[in-house]
Design a binder for this molecule. Sequence first.
Ligand code: M6R
Length: 609
Amino acid sequence: MCGIMGYVGSGETVSIILDGLEKLEYRGYDSVGLATVERGRIKTQKTVGRLAALRKMLAGNGKRGGAGIGHTRWATHGRPSERNAHPHLDCNQRLAVVHNGIIENYQELREQLQKKGHIFISETDTEVVAHLIEDYYKGDLLAAVRRILGQLKGSYALAVLSADEPGKIVVARKSSPLVIGLGTGENYIASDITALLDKTRDLFILDDNELAEVTPAAVRLTKADGTEVTKEVFRVEWDAVTAEKNGYEDFMRKEIHEQPQALQETLAGRVDWEKGTVVFPELKIGRDDLSAIRRIHLVACGTAYHAGVVGKYIFERLLRLPVEVDLASEYRYRQAIIGPDVLTIVISQSGETADTLAALRLSQAKGSRVLGITNVIGSSVAREADEVILTQAGPEIAVASTKAYTTQLLSLYLLGIYFAQELGTLEEALRQQLLTEVKLLPHLLEKTLATETKIKEFAEDFKAKENIFFIGRGLDYPSSMEGALKLKEISYINAQAYAAGELKHGTLALIEEGVPVFALATQPDLYEKMLSNIKEVKAREATVVALVSAGDYKTEKSVDYALYIPKTHPFFTPILAVVPLQLFAYHVAKVRGCDVDKPRNLAKSVTVE
Ligand code: M6R
């Protein structure tokens, strides 16, 4: 994900900014750029690739004093290129802007600005911000930035520089983090506390809809409506490593908690809310191509495979097409029937998994069109697939995949609705209902995180268990599989997932007093059947944790522990249900003293077979 660093003061502006950006490198990026004001003009330097290359270009630029802003970009709108790298400038090159987040209505704004004569250089959503400010700038940068905010839909952390006010940076924030570091006779701005820790530990943390004018001597904070804001200075006591984790003990817990934001960003720009339609402008596959598709193959490994299993339910329900879901390591050798009438969808967080890539190449060789869903722009899947959808989870550092999974699910839901909309297989009323629910998912996931308090309380009870079973029916079955995988990989407890209807066919023999069973019962049409399965295992004195939807207080009478997810359309429960499963795995692993971020024997990216 993108990173922002800025400086105002009498120090070495360029090297201070480069050092700050270096601290943000771990987040991942594909291009980098920097702007300063020199001799009354904005000067920018940008490059595709690593920060070290920009450092080389700027070697010898010992510029002291003034203001500067820098940015590491993780491409969303427009490929990685020098033109698309930040900072972006207005027509007269008097303003420079860096931005994290997504301006959802940028197309509309771009067209309006073009009609007024503005010339655009890049393909990015960010460039509209520079041109909008240009329209309102009358010598007061703070006032001009404040005036444009009402026109921006989406999320942003913005930092703006003006050649006419050289010792100043103006920043603004909505749904994307931004902090101001306080020095003596100098100040800093950054998207992440990590970038500032070796400079200062005193910060202002900007809240949504707040702006600030930052000069070497002062920080003026205001709300978007112009009201002045007074804030307490936030003193950071963390060390640098903890700061990278933003105060969380581990990356895994941080990433679990980042899921509402990750969903929000994956959703951004995907729905035309006025028309009530899903949009995927980057897809070349049209209605005629879709009509020629007779089967869909979903292929992936590990957690991404579980997203594929949910995908099978989604596509079959929405498109009424036969869907096969395969582990990539099996698909590549099982002589699957693949041809031009098959759409292959490969799912991979890293985009580098060896088996998934082999499956992609095999499908292409057999004439199938391949659509890749990946989190990493520039990855092999992103480069080789015929069509690419990028999830916007941001860098996932912990080996256990969490936010990548929920964003994969959201992408599959949106894709399913989009294909159904193109093919006319989805009733209008249901589509509107689904879209209404989709919009709420980031918020509902945020609420689901509240299950953590209870999970933390009872995690200790599972510390010494050797086997745990996860059971569910319908869409709860893939969630059970994902819950079992999470627990296995980070706590080293043997965990197995079963379709609850399968218990009687063998597994019930293993259920005896105290054996833990995690039962998912979020599907109303299968609820009574799940309740019977819960009673079956309870009758054998299993210890049962039930995961149900809010409002279902009947189940808790039959189980040892009950966890609730907020009510949503039953179709979407996998996105919420997985959260308590991730948290359960996390807290059980922690009480067992495991290194949750780096489980034994595992790598984040499996690039060998
Ligand atoms: O990068 P990918 O999504 O292709 O990775 C696939 C699996 O290796 C990955 O999901 C793995 O199962 C995770 N460690 C699970 O948490």
